[in-house]
Write a protein that binds this ligand. Structure first.
Ligand SMILES: O=P(O)(O)OC[C@H]1O[C@H](O)[C@H](O)[C@@H](O)[C@@H]1O
Length: 298
């Protein structure tokens, strides 16, 4: 498998491949603007680092790369639903796409110096058993000064299907105590920690306890002000009117087996989400796109 990929892309500059001990395949991208690492399992961006910058994407020190298991860190693709399934909680949290093998559809160096990596997932016997729809899910990952991830869902079946999900990005920060997230002032959110709904955000988001908030009716750009690293990370999106901010804090970090105990001190998730009423009903042959863009700001 690895050898075949290496041969196929031998002439594509800056592309190489590796495998985890458990056999998952990684695509490594290195161009003049940035470097990135993508895991084929889950269609999952694991690393993104513009040249001259520190890493932007957080990955758990206790990550487990294993077939059928979601990767803790990076950018999990939650699909076709976000969080628990709305009617059947025995179904996997955040859908099934992050637990499946995807295929490499296309890798290309663009004239402007960016690299495009496209991965595809289609229905399988196991997906049909829990979600009875034929589909094509494509993630187009553009690696440049900015990282763009475009998740396109297409209904390839003959009945309507409802699509939700998320680009559930884990960001690195120097010290959570010196971090503020702006862009959500005056936005209404549901608080999944206290179970209180319809709270209005006042000012920036500071994290000094477990935070799991679903911000509603918002498509604004969020900025992570990382005081320790003296940098801002800009997170913009389209195709989503729901933004989730998550940090598991002390106890939950300890509970999650693949999350290093002190990991909560150096990460925050800003997630471009389709959930609740903010989902798509796709008719046969229809598509929708969820896009998140990430760059180091001023
Ligand atoms: O542990 P996972 O299934 O990857 O979910 C991690 C987190 O994802 C989102 O941020 C949800 O809002 C949280 O409630 C959940 O804990």
């Amino acid at each position: 498998m690895l050898q075949q990929l290496q041969q196929k892309y031998a002439n594509t500059t800056g592309i190489s491949f590796s495998q985890s001990d458990s056999g998952l395949t990684f695509i490594h991208v290195a161009n003049d603007q940035a470097q990135a690492k993508v895991c084929v399992h889950g269609g999952h961006v694991c690393e993104f680092q513009p040249i001259g910058e520190k890493p932007v994407i957080w990955m758990s020190e206790d990550v487990v790369y294993k077939e059928g298991k979601a990767i803790r860190g990076g950018v999990p693709v939650c699909w076709p639903w976000f969080g628990p399934h709305s009617t059947d909680t025995s179904l996997p949290q955040h859908g099934f796409a992050r637990n499946q093998h995807w295929t490499i559809a296309h890798i290309e160096n663009r004239a402007n110096g960016q690299t495009l990596v496209e991965l595809i997932l289609t229905e399988t016997d196991s997906s049909l058993a829990i979600w009875p729809h034929a589909f094509e899910l494509k993630i187009s990952i553009v690696v440049g000064i900015e990282l763009e991830m475009n998740l396109t869902s297409t209904n390839t079946g003959d009945s309507p299907m409802v699509v939700g999900g998320a680009l559930h990005t884990y960001f690195v920060v120097g010290d959570i105590a010196e971090t503020e997230i702006t862009g959500l002032d005056q936005t209404v959110f549901d608080d999944k920690v206290s179970s209180e709904d319809q709270i209005i955000q006042k000012g920036g988001v500071l994290i000094d306890q477990e935070v799991d908030r679903v911000y509603l009716d918002t498509d604004t750009t969020c900025v992570i002000h990382d005081g320790q690293n003296d940098r801002n990370i800009e997170v913009s999106k389209s195709g989503s009117h729901t933004t989730v901010v998550w940090n598991p804090w002390i106890e939950k970090s300890q509970e999650l087996g693949d999350f290093n105990d002190n990991g909560y001190l150096t990460m925050v998730c800003i997630e471009a989400v389709n959930a609740g009423n903010d989902v798509y009903e796709l008719q046969p042959k229809q598509s929708c796109s969820l896009i998140q863009r990430i760059k180091i700001g001023n």
